[in-house]
Write a protein that binds this ligand. Structure first.
Ligand code: FES
Length: 150
């Protein structure tokens, strides 16, 4: 039986969410493994959102945002880029493959490219196999649940 990864995609309202919408309206298929979560900007992504998604069952997280220089909130996607690198280092230090988190830039007109990026990410995570965060005692901590900063 083929492993079907569960993926969470954090999308920016102004670009990648619209790109996903465009993919849908132009009938460009992408794997149904991904659940998209819309944020107003990639800069809104708190790193704990990603860790919480992985801790609660996701096998991979795709972060998407406007291309550098095109963020509607000036430089927030550069902050997302820095958080992405921080997340990858954090995952590595926990013994988790950094490749389980990926950052992709996609403008509103790049429905095809986003669909291809989702397809590619799904295959990459499928090749890695399930994360099973809860089955790894070194990652469990009942004393310190992950909470997003309000
Ligand atoms: S508005 Fe899209 S990444 Fe900031």
């Amino acid at each position: 039986m083929t492993f079907e990864p569960v993926l969470i995609g954090f999308t920016c309202n102004w670009c990648s969410y619209r790109a996903a919408d465009l993919a849908g309206t132009s009938r460009t298929k992408y794997p149904p493994n991904i659940r998209l979560v819309r944020l107003m900007c990639s800069g809104r992504l708190d790193p704990t959102f990603v860790l919480k998604a992985l801790a609660e069952g996701a096998d991979g997280v795709l972060i998407t945002g406007c291309h550098p220089g095109e963020c509607h909130y000036l430089e927030q996607n550069y902050k997302a880029l820095r958080r992405y690198h921080l997340l990858r280092r954090t995952l590595q230090s926990l013994g988790i493959e950094a490749e389980r988190v990926k950052l992709v830039w996609a403008s509103a007109s790049e429905g095809l490219q986003l669909a291809e990026a989702i397809r590619q990410f799904t295959e990459e995570i499928r090749a890695l196999g399930p994360l099973r965060w809860n089955a790894r005692p070194e990652l469990r901590s009942e004393d310190a649940p992950l909470e997003a900063v309000p």
